[in-house]
Design a protein around this ligand. Structure first.
Ligand code: NAP
Length: 352
């Protein structure tokens, strides 16, 4: 039985990715979509399709509604949120209090102590926070920032194998990361913008939460963030899809490049993830060609759910690792990640 679901902000860049990936999804069927006042009352067929993949016609007849109608719809228990930051948090809490299971891309609730910042391959146990969130059984599970997800996936096996002391990170982030219409053409074409408002703070704090430890006590569960510092510089580059993170990682224990390569390529999630819709066979693809990864060639690996890692170099007596990670920001960094989080959470709920 497919779960009826809703997508909030379905007309935007991430919302369209949700609609695309929900067409024919084996666990969820799309029942409701929302947009701002400028879209409400239109059919989804009238939305300007901005993705570079053909649109499915399955959602054409859905009427673009407001959030209140999703709140009132008892059939819809699973909600995917692609609402703008600033607006999303109170709406998502309200939906959770009404018993809905909300999977969000927005920044508002990511760092709240009761909200897991989930990547099931990395911190599946953090879902524990969601189960106790609201007496109604509703909850909010958040995705990290799109570039933070890419970096965190690459850092996770390194943290496990060698320990991390600190990280310096520079990101090269695509235009689709700014939503639609996003950055103006005049600013974007033939240009690099060395600043993205608000982005560096997220890159400097979210990976530590995802890589942190779940601590349970009679008072409930909480996360102790991983104990390392990140310094990040975020830039916008004229690429359509794909965020690249150039990582300089200071390790606690000595490594060599073969060991790092093995740790990354052997990285898999918990067994429950195997075969779930949207779960890549290998979350990390290690590339030995030193000209890769490249957004043009590698962003679609495993339907956008794999992060590609290359340029692995270890020096500084084995304590300094440099590598380049690339992932699809609207897929692994947003809609695809939420859908995987939801599939994983629903599977655990069903088996508990
Ligand atoms: N783009 C990415 O790669 C990415 C990655 C990770 C996370 N995110 C996060 O995901 C969320 C969506 O990002 P996006 O890139 O898809 O943005 P977007 O293209 O600007 O889309 C925003 C969506 O929100 C709706 N909306 C705007 N104002 C609203 C209002 N006052 N009331 C109700 N709905 C409203 C828009 O509807 P109308 O079209 O009808 O105005 C549209 O559907 C943001 O929180 C963003 O930070 C984005």
């Amino acid at each position: 039985m497919r779960q009826p679901c809703a997508v909030l902000g379905a007309t935007g860049m991430v919302g369209q990715r949700f609609v695309e990936r929900l067409a024919g999804h084996p666990m969820f069927s799309l029942h409701a979509v929302t947009g701002s006042e400028r879209s409400q009352g239109k059919r989804y067929a009238e939305v300007d399709w901005v993705l570079d993949t053909p649109r499915s016609r399955k959602s054409d007849e859905l009427l673009i509604a407001d959030v209140a109608s999703v709140l009132a719809d008892d059939e819809v228990r699973v909600v995917f949120s692609a609402l703008p930051g600033g607006l999303a948090g109170p709406v998502e809490r309200q939906l959770a209090a009404a018993g809905k299971r909300v999977f969000t891309n927005a920044r508002d609730l990511r760092m709240q102590p009761d909200v897991p910042l989930l990547i099931p391959e990395v911190n599946p146990d953090h879902l524990e926070l969601a189960w106790g969130q609201d007496p109604s059984g509703g909850f909010v599970v958040a995705n990290g920032n799109c570039a933070a997800i890419v970096a965190t996936l690459a850092l996770a096996p390194v943290a496990r194998a060698y320990g991390i002391e600190r990280v310096e990170m520079t990101t090269l982030q695509s235009l689709s990361g700014a939503g639609h219409p996003g950055v103006s053409g005049l600013d974007a074409v033939g240009n690099v913008i060395p600043y993205i408002a608000g982005e560096e703070d997220k890159l400097q704090s979210e990976p530590q939460k995802t890589l942190g430890q779940l601590v349970t006590s009679p008072d409930g569960a909480r996360i102790t963030p991983a104990d390392f510092r990140i310094r990040a510089t975020a830039t916008r580059v004229p690429v359509r899809e794909g965020h690249m993170a150039i990582l300089h990682v200071h390790l606690r224990h000595g490594a060599d490049s073969e060991g790092v390569t093995d740790a990354l390529s052997g990285f898999v999630g918990p067994p429950e993830l195997r075969g779930l819709p949207g779960a890549p066979k290998r979350p990390l693809h290690v590339m030995t060609d030193e000209r890769r990864p490249q957004p043009l060639h590698d962003v679609g690996r495993e339907e956008g759910m794999a992060v590609s890692v290359g340029r692995i170099q270890v020096d500084g007596g084995g304590k300094e690792l440099r590598m380049v990670a690339l992932g699809a920001n609207t897929v692994r960094g947003a809609a695809g990640q939420s859908l995987l989080n939801a599939a994983y959470a629903e599977k655990l709920r069903a088996s508990s």
